[in-house]
Design a binder for this molecule. Structure first.
Ligand code: PMT
Length: 424
């Protein structure tokens, strides 16, 4: 239990999911955390300070300009007390205020005043979650290093169905525990996680990111298997998921080599990119990069399983009504990396349309991986060539659902889990 004796400042903002705050406090204290609660002005309409005081065992903080509170534990002391700041539920309005750095109430002031890592668990109507403004705000704050847990999909208080439900309190507590474990491992600090910055991309150089000192090789995008000089076999991978992982790994302090198939998105600044076309090219580039130096290998590319046995040297003419291509199996890059005598930590992806868990677990075992992220690509709004994705992460003895969200935010969550596993 990484949260044992950790000071968790829980911010509650004004949405219907605020009624779950007392239960979340219980889950956090159950994991050993010391919890203090800050209510936003509107949240008191959904949950009473008294109930939160009863479950946390501490005075609930509500007002920025409260002479009594400032004489006791004022906002700066509270900001310093926190080892982590968790906002759950975080409303659309809260995300907007965080994106703009506003400090017009106690909670938003604390966000700016604390050096502690910040986590949010959004909760809102599905249309509000999907709104361009909300997604832009989320992108801004996750790029600054705030970690987003969820939201989940399901029936909402308003009757709508879709993404926007706050994650279950047990899942939020577990994800925070995982994240704190990773931060503790990094800082070597048994008591707190506050030594890790909440601004990894722009933060102080004195504060290393979670992946500082690690060299990560990531594959991304599709491969193209030539048929003749003008035709090829490929798939719909845009490279977005792999590139988001590269961006976030860089932000978390890693040195990144990105081995990329042909894609149409900009190269992330600061990482070494090796452009390839075919699976055989990607295999060669990866094996070379990994043998040079690699602590973690992430196989996100959609590698063609087969290539054309004999690539025609000239354009094939349509002389016949039918044409047969003989395909031969491509090398399995991920399996070959995992089979090296001293393999790096390996994270594979499994893109599946059915029996997702069974196939993903099969690949985890057969390819001898440390971790696998199962991607249900039967859902049209996630996965291939979409801005959003959702994953279920499996290790030999654990599994965790990362619900649908922007691929950048998802990359942060996946890398946080990975960091914790790497250090086990
Ligand atoms: O690029 P996007 O548009 O953002 O889409 C993201 C994605 C859907 C491509 C990504 O999230 C994803 O699921 N990538 C894995 C796609 C895939 O090829 O899965 P697979 O189940 O066929 O392969 C299993 C694993 O083995 C993967 O890690 C794959 O990279 C790896 N592999 C497969 C074949 C091969 N010859 N070599 C490999 O390394």
């Amino acid at each position: 239990m990484a949260l044992q004796s950790v000071n968790v400042l829980l911010g509650v903002t004004g949405g219907i999911a605020a009624y779950k705050a007392p239960d979340l406090v219980r889950k956090l204290t159950g994991l050993g955390a010391n919890v203090r609660v800050v209510l936003s002005p509107s949240s008191a309409a959904f949950v009473t300070p008294l109930s939160l005081q009863a479950v946390s065992g501490n005075i609930v903080h509500q007002h920025l300009l409260d002479p009594e509170a400032e004489a006791g534990m004022g906002h700066i002391e509270l900001a310093r007390w926190a080892d982590v700041l968790l906002i759950a539920p975080a409303t659309a309005h809260c995300l907007a205020k965080l994106a703009h750095g506003m400090a017009d109430d106690l909670l938003t002031t604390l966000v700016l005043a604390t050096p502690a890592p910040i986590f949010i668990a959004p909760a809102m109507n599905q249309q509000m979650w999907a709104a361009a403004a909300t997604q832009a705000n989320l992108k801004t704050i996750t790029e600054r290093g705030i970690t987003c847990f969820g939201p989940a999909s399901g029936e909402q208080a308003c009757g709508d169905i879709g993404y926007g439900r706050m994650l279950e309190t047990v899942d939020i507590a577990q994800m925070l525990d995982e994240a704190v474990a990773a931060l503790k491992a990094l800082s070597g600090n048994e008591k707190t996680a506050a030594t890790a910055t909440n601004e990894p991309s722009e933060g102080s150089q004195d504060t290393p990111g979670l992946l500082a000192g690690k060299h990560i090789v990531i594959t991304a995008g599709p491969t193209r298997e030539a048929i003749d000089p003008v035709r090829y076999i490929s798939n719909h991978s845009s490279g977005k998921m792999g590139y988001c992982l590269a961006v976030q790994a860089l932000a978390m302090g890693a040195e990144v080599t990105l081995v990329s198939g042909p894609v149409d998105i900009p190269v992330p600044m600061g990482c070494k990119v090796i452009q390839v076309q075919s699976a055989v090219d990607m295999h060669a580039a990866v094996m070379h990069a990994v043998r040079q130096s690699c602590d973690i290998f992430i196989a996100c590319a959609a590698v063609a399983d087969y290539r054309v046995a004999d690539i025609a040297s000239q354009k094939i003419k349509k002389d016949n009504d039918e044409m047969t291509l003989t395909l031969v199996k491509n090398p399995d890059i991920l399996a070959d990396v995992a089979a090296l005598p001293s393999p790096p930590f390996t994270l594979g992806f499994a893109a599946e349309t059915h029996d997702v868990e069974r196939y993903a677990r099969g690949k985890l075992t057969r390819k001898k991986l440390n971790m696998i992220a199962a991607n249900d690509v039967s859902q049209p709004d996630i996965g291939f060539n979409q801005n959003d994705n959702a994953l279920t992460v499996f290790t030999a003895d654990a599994q965790m659902v990362l619900p649908k969200q922007d691929k950048l935010a998802l990359a942060t969550q996946l890398l946080t889990i990975l960091t914790n596993q790497v250090r086990k």
